[in-house]
Write a protein that binds this ligand. Structure first.
Ligand code: C2O
Ligand code: CU
Length: 473
């Protein structure tokens, strides 16, 4: 039996503390390990977590101040951490085959996969990722990215938040401190004993990728977790709050709205998206979020009476969490009419590349998901893209696919042949492409040459080969 909603307090993940500083670079150490935690009241769930927590610790970094994160793998399988939305050199980006083997594990992980050979940099137990943080303030997140097994690893808990701050944003006077809340939303299914239920074909997560046939479209669950807690509740002042919402689900798309009993829905003021602040705030009554996407919103709880409950729901039919407005309080925060000056439109040159995302064969007798009818091939680049060149990338779909591009943020140019929708605004790194839709985005890579990927962020699709190698040159 599932617990009643809105009883468990909203957890706020701990903030990661640097273990040292060297020449202006902050050093962090993270141990990836299993832990037993209570998610459903009275039951124990074994998670895989960064520092044994789910979500992992939140990184708080400054634009322009580099950090090094040293990951130690004490899990039973290889892992590789990726900073989603990070402007990261290729050797630190979390290439899906740059595996960190479990500490003390000498078994041979370099086996053929999907008809391709392993190509990556194997590390024994530990890897350091160098993040220059040469990017604007934004809500990023980090998660496991192992080829063929990202879905089950993230499902067990390998995901955390990474907030980049900068002076320009700090000067705006947005809600801050206790009135800035990270909300990492996902869904999970549980077995009767409290363990996560994930339908892997290969429960050892060693050789055969993918999930049981009926979960080919993606793995869903019947419990919505926010910051790792089921349908939590949070007491708020009657004041403005900044909510950094991240969809960390494997496959579920949420359409979020704020329900107030006996009154119209409370609107969101969207101030940012994947890549940080929008040029100007915009009012939205509901927000669709595909896996991987972030929205940064301000909600004014002073618009409802003290004592009211504001329930965040998924209008597609799920409870999410509740805010209880408990007290009147002073509020000096503001949302300026102009938020950022660095969101000028990219103007694409003549290069147009089309990528078709659809179901297809990914090896002899294997059904999976493909890009341009190809399975992920780590050895062959599907596009060599010169740094600085603005290109149009056209994504076409069969069913719903959230498309994520590594290294740089892009801008949505057109959706379904028409204008983008309001929530496509700003710098994006993941775009929610609807069934049988065409979305055009303006892509421009900067600074780092090397091998990167783009892929569907439905993690089951990604694991079943819907990923492609690109090279920036
Ligand atoms: Cu959030 Cu390539 O991933
Ligand atoms: Cu997909």
């Amino acid at each position: 039996p599932l617990p009643p909603p809105y009883r468990v307090p909203l957890p706020i993940p701990a903030v990661a503390e640097p273990t040292g500083t060297l020449d202006g670079t902050d050093l962090y150490e993270i141990t990836q390990r299993a832990a037993d935690v209570e998610i459903l009241p009275g039951l124990r769930t074994t998670i895989w977590g960064y520092d044994g927590t789910f979500p992992g610790p939140t990184f708080e970094t400054r634009s322009g101040r580099p950090v090094v994160v040293r990951h130690t793998n004490r899990l039973p399988v290889p892992t590789v951490a990726h900073l989603h939305g990070g402007h990261t050199p290729a050797d630190s980006d979390g290439w899906p085959l740059d595996l960190v083997l479990p500490v003390g594990d000498n078994s041979n992980w370099a086996h053929p996969h999907n008809g391709t050979t392993m190509v990556g940099d194997l590390a024994a137990g530990v890897r350091e990722h160098r993040y220059p943080m040469t990017q604007r303030a934004a809500t990023l997140w980090y998660h496991d990215h192992r080829m063929d097994f990202t879905g089950p690893s993230v499902h067990r808990g390998l995901a955390g938040l990474h907030i980049v701050r900068d002076d320009a944003e700090d000067a705006l006077g947005l809600p801050a401190g206790d009135r800035e809340l990270p909300l990492m939303i996902c869904d999970r299914a549980f077995a009767a004993d409290g363990s996560f239920a994930y339908p892997s074909i290969d429960r050892t997560l060693r050789t055969v990728p993918g999930v049981e046939d009926r979960w080919m479209p993606g793995v869903l669950g019947d419990v919505v977790l926010v910051n790792g807690a089921p349908w939590p509740v949070h007491d708020v002042d009657a004041a403005r709050y900044r909510l950094r919402i991240v969809n960390v689900a494997n496959a579920r798309r949420f359409v979020l709205a704020l329900r107030v009993p006996g009154a119209p829905d409370l609107p969101f003021t969207q101030i940012g998206s994947d890549g940080g602040l929008l040029a100007a705030p915009q009012r939205l009554d509901s927000i669709a979020m595909a896996p991987g996407e972030r929205v940064d919103v301000v909600v004014d709880f002073a618009a409802v009476p003290v004592g009211a409950d504001v329930t965040m729901v998924d209008t597609l039919g799920n409870d999410v969490m509740r805010f209880r407005v408990v007290r009147v309080a002073r509020d000096d925060s503001r949302v300026p009419d102009r938020l950022a000056d660095d969101v000028a439109p990219l103007v694409p040159g003549p290069v147009v590349r089309e990528f078709v995302f659809r179901r297809g064969a990914v090896g002899p007798g294997h059904r999976g998901w493909t890009i341009n009818d190809l399975a992920f091939d780590p050895q062959t680049s599907i596009a060599d893209v010169p740094l600085g060149q603005v290109e149009t990338w056209r994504f076409r779909t069969d069913v719903h696919h959230p498309v994520h591009v590594h290294l740089d943020h892009f801008q949505v140019l057109a959706r379904g042949g028409g204008r983008p929708r309001p929530s496509d605004a700003g710098w994006k790194d993941t775009v929610d492409v609807l069934p049988a839709e065409i979305v055009d985005v303006a892509v421009r890579f900067t600074r780092y040459t090397g091998r990167y990927v783009f892929h569907c962020h439905n993690l089951e699709h990604e694991d079943m080969a819907m990923m492609a190698t690109i090279r920036t040159v």
